[in-house]
Write a protein that binds this ligand. Structure first.
Ligand code: IPM
Ligand code: MG
Length: 356
């Protein structure tokens, strides 16, 4: 089985190196090949998603990505910015289903900005549609308004849209995920205002007929944001569109205290996937050896579970991560007095030790 390793920018290379070490001690024979992506892709080949990187990603069975983005590249035209690599990979590989679990490890309950009783034991799954919506809708751009109160003026515009097939397939993923959990699904929309999301709601309701064992409810995005902060444990699985999911998943991540702990998977219809930490490239701490590698290591575990069909290896990694947390090891982002502050490499090595 071949894994494409795309370290990317900022802390990406440091945290990916630790996940690769973990994969290497599992006793499996994975073939791994590394390629530049994001700012690193631009620096090496003049494009954030170089042709060779895309080809490797297509050939591989699974992709492990660090993070992309660096202030250095912020002044480039949009098509050349690091973020385009990730959007391009999602689109070219049809990775429409984004799974973002938000789990609070009991050891880290004090790291949340919310009261421990609100968040302790939190275990929710956000499923974000990843290749449609206003992110990819055409047309988009800046034009001269031809009607309305601001006629003749320049206006920026994007297109929000969802095809029926796109809604159906993500709804199936969500209902099936809920079936494996607590059998409760919340579909988040803005059906009270947007045509796109009234349609979304109607289709999700239709698909529900095939999953009578799952309890479905619908919530508007504004209310869902509020409920997520007020009583997050009331949720089990949340399914929503690309843009709402982007926002909601960052909020959910913060409930757990550190975005440095959360993995993610982006899957196509055959469970081929791209795995990456939910956090970004953190250029401010790049090269300092203090980034938390656990989200990337847990992303490798998700990869073993969903794409490589090695659930027992995924369990092993997750158990090892719990073990190092129980040992009191903490990178600075999750440090609390009374625990032991360690760097990226020390944390990675501790997980490796806990595995063997
Ligand atoms: C994410 C990120 C991306 C997104 C950016 C980097 C394009 O915020 O994966 O959540 O908006 O999808
Ligand atoms: Mg985001």
């Amino acid at each position: 089985m071949k894994i494409a390793i795309l370290p990317g920018d900022g802390i990406g290379p440091e945290i990916v190196a630790q996940a690769v070490n973990v994969l290497n001690v599992l006793g499996e024979s994975f073939e791994m090949e590394t390629a530049p992506v994001g700012g690193a892709g631009y620096a090496a080949h003049g494009h954030p998603l170089p042709e060779a990187t895309l080809t490797l990603a297509k050939q591989a069975d699974a992709i492990l990505l660090g993070a992309v983005g660096d202030w250095k590249y912020d002044t480039l035209e949009r098509a050349l910015r690091p973020e385009q690599a990730i959007l391009g990979l999602r689109k070219h590989l049809n990775l429409f289903a984004n799974l973002r679990p938000a789990i609070l490890y009991p050891e880290l309950a004090g790291a949340s900005t919310l009261k421990p009783e609100i968040v302790s034991g939190l275990d929710i799954l956000i499923i974000r549609e990843l290749t449609g919506d206003v992110y990819f809708g055409q047309p988009r751009g800046v034009r001269i308004a031809t009607d309305g109160a601001f006629i003749g003026e320049r206006e920026g515009f994007d297109t929000m849209r969802y095809a029926e097939t796109e809604i159906r397939r993500i709804a199936h993923v969500a209902f099936q995920a809920a079936q494996k959990r607590d059998k409760r699904l919340t579909s988040v929309d803005k059906a009270n205002v947007l045509e796109t999301f009234q349609f979304w709601k109607d289709i999700v309701t239709e698909v529900h007929q095939e999953y009578p064992d799952v309890a479905l409810d619908h919530m508007y995005i504004d209310n869902a944001s509020m409920q997520l902060i007020r009583a997050p444990k009331k949720f089990d699985v949340i399914v929503t569109g690309n843009m709402f999911g982007d926002i909601l998943s960052d909020a959910a991540a913060m409930l757990t205290g550190s975005i440095g702990m959360l993995p993610s998977a982006s899957l196509d219809a055959n469970n081929k996937g791209l795995y990456e930490p939910s956090h970004g490239s953190a250029p401010d701490i790049a090269g300092k050896g203090i980034a938390n590698p656990l989200a990337t290591i847990l992303s490798a575990a998700m990869m073993l579970r969903f794409t490589l069909a090695k659930p027992e290896q995924a369990d092993r990694i997750e158990t090892a991560v719990k073990k190092v947390l129980a040992q009191g090891l903490r990178t600075p982002d999750i440090y609390e007095p009374g625990t032991t502050k360690v760097g990226t490499e020390e944390m990675g090595n501790a997980v490796v030790r806990a595995l063997t």
